[in-house]
Design a binder for this molecule. Structure first.
Ligand code: SAH
Length: 213
């Protein structure tokens, strides 16, 4: 679990890249990316890949999202300290760590037992304390709802109704929706159940799967 000056230097370059080339401007997001040791969320032999802007395999046919995807989704979330945020798709735990680093109260669900266990161990070692759950993200976490914000980090073909139920009024969900590619979508929940949708650019996520192992 080493995080040395070389890793820190690589992260500073990554932050410069996100600012200069990708128009990420939110200081809290950039600061979290600067502080979270992304290389520890990948197998140790893939150090170089951790600090390139690419998605990368993390086992069980899943991937850690590219750093730009993480930065873009996190910027859309407009995280405030103590926000109660539900993440669907813990995966490596990297996005979870970024949200914790920003001072959010994070809840995250992963359907793969291996990934769930691995992320749980690593996040604890790094002194992040989200509430992690092994299960189907489609159902959210009713007992901990309502949430200020919900972040889906796998590609959905539709909006899961239970997730909307678990949002506060005025809260919103950031969710990539589509089949081959997914359009990053923000859906705000207004009073009387009115939903307002804003669409952004296309991304490619691993699928949001239901009730399968
Ligand atoms: N946030 C992760 C991204 C991982 S990729 C990271 O930073 O590494 C998306 C993850 O969503 C995968 O781990 C996949 O197993 C998970 N996933 C897909 N469908 C799911 C579901 N129904 N419930 C919970 N997790 C799901």
């Amino acid at each position: 679990m080493i995080d040395n000056f070389r890793h820190k230097g690589m992260r500073r370059k990554l932050v410069d890249y996100l600012t200069d080339k990708k128009d990420i401007t939110n200081e809290l997001v950039l600061n979290a990316i600067k502080n979270v040791p992304r290389h520890l969320f990948l197998d140790s032999s893939f150090l170089e890949f951790a600090y390139q802007d690419k998605a990368f395999p993390i086992g069980d046919s899943q991937t850690i999202s590219s750093v730009y995807t993480v930065a873009f989704q996190t910027e859309l979330l407009n995280v405030k300290k103590n926000d109660k945020i539900l993440e669907i798709g813990t995966g490596s735990g990297y996005q979870t760590a970024v949200l914790c680093e920003m001072g959010a109260k994070v809840f995250s669900i992963e359907r793969h037992m291996n990934l769930y266990k691995k992320a749980k161990g690593l996040l604890k070692k790094l002194n992040y304390f989200p509430k992690l759950k092994h299960g189907d993200g489609y159902l959210g976490i009713k007992e901990d709802s309502p949430f200020d914000k919900i972040l889906v980090t796998c590609g959905a073909t539709e909006l899961p109704p239970e997730l909307i139920n678990q949002l506060k009024i005025g809260g919103f969900i950031v969710i990539p929706i589509g089949h081959e590619e997914q359009m990053m979508t923000v859906i705000v929940k207004h009073a009387d159940g009115i939903l307002k949708k804003i669409e952004y650019e296309n991304f490619k996520f691993v699928p949001f799967l239901r009730n399968k192992k």
